[in-house]
Ligand binder design. Structure first.
Ligand code: C5P
Length: 238
């Protein structure tokens, strides 16, 4: 599938049109950013690792009945995806307290959250992705109530699939962010699922194995992403 025009360049991925109007190419780059783009670095192999990681997870989710935009891998850093009409709302589920939840509510990191929490954020860099709710989403037209209901159902379904996938490989799925879009009247999982958009800890040692290694300057960022992948059975390029 030929890449045509670059439609959009995000902080870590670019989206290209193709000769098929219903398909885009996602290019996973080595660019890594945190704190709304304030901290930026090129991390060698990250594009390849996240592309392969995302393909593996999207295929697991699709097999479990979660509709995703993933079509197929095109190369080590490129995937073909369905074109979605993206909804500018980020859905976050947390199984263990960490990150902005601790900062906002003053709760300690590492508490089991039972039941897992569910939060919505507006995808808007200029406003630093403010927390929103379903009422605001409906009123401002970001998503309709039926769409929000489906996004919530799918986000929790992803939790039940992935929590056990990571647990079986000796890891804790602490939290994650999902983005959805519309395709042929359905709500479909878009964007990516990789250690850039979730928190994963070793179950025994609680070692951080996700983008917090970059955010917090802990080192070995991509080596650790690859370790997560290897534990799940993902094969990366040499
Ligand atoms: O920062 P916070 O604790 O709210 O993030 C919750 C989860 O969502 C984390 O796994 C984080 O990596 C992810 N996230 C993301 N992109 C954002 C905001 C959060 O991938 N813009």
């Amino acid at each position: 599938m030929e890449k045509h025009k670059e439609l959009y360049a995000g902080k870590a991925k670019s989206v290209f049109t193709t000769d098929n109007p219903d398909r885009f190419v996602l290019v996973f780059r080595d660019d890594t950013s945190a704190f709304d783009g304030e901290k930026k670095e090129q991390l060698n192999r990250k594009g390849m690792v996240n592309n392969r990681f995302n393909a593996f997870i999207m295929e697991k989710l699709e097999a479990a009945g979660v509709p995703t935009h993933f079509d197929r891998l095109l190369s080590s850093t490129e995937s073909l995806v369905k074109k979605l009409d993206m909804i500018p709302v980020e859905c976050v589920v947390r199984n263990v307290s960490a990150g902005s939840l601790c900062r906002r509510l003053g709760v300690e990191e590492g508490q089991d959250l039972n039941p897992p929490t569910y939060e919505l954020f507006l995808k808007n860099d200029a406003l630093h992705d403010p927390m929103i709710n379903e009422s605001l989403s409906v009123t401002f037209g970001w998503a309709k109530q039926e769409e929000l209901d489906e996004m919530k159902r799918l986000t929790y379904q992803v939790n039940s699939v992935l929590k056990s996938l990571f647990a079986d490989a000796g890891m804790l799925l602490v939290d994650y962010k999902l983005e959805f879009g519309r395709c042929d009247g359905r709500i479909v999982l878009g964007d990516e699922f990789s250690p850039d958009g979730c928190r994963i800890w070793d179950r025994e040692t609680r070692k951080k194995m996700d983008k917090d290694r970059f955010r917090q300057g802990l080192g070995d960022v991509i080596e650790t992403y690859e370790e997560v992948g290897r534990r799940l059975g993902i094969h990366f390029d040499e």
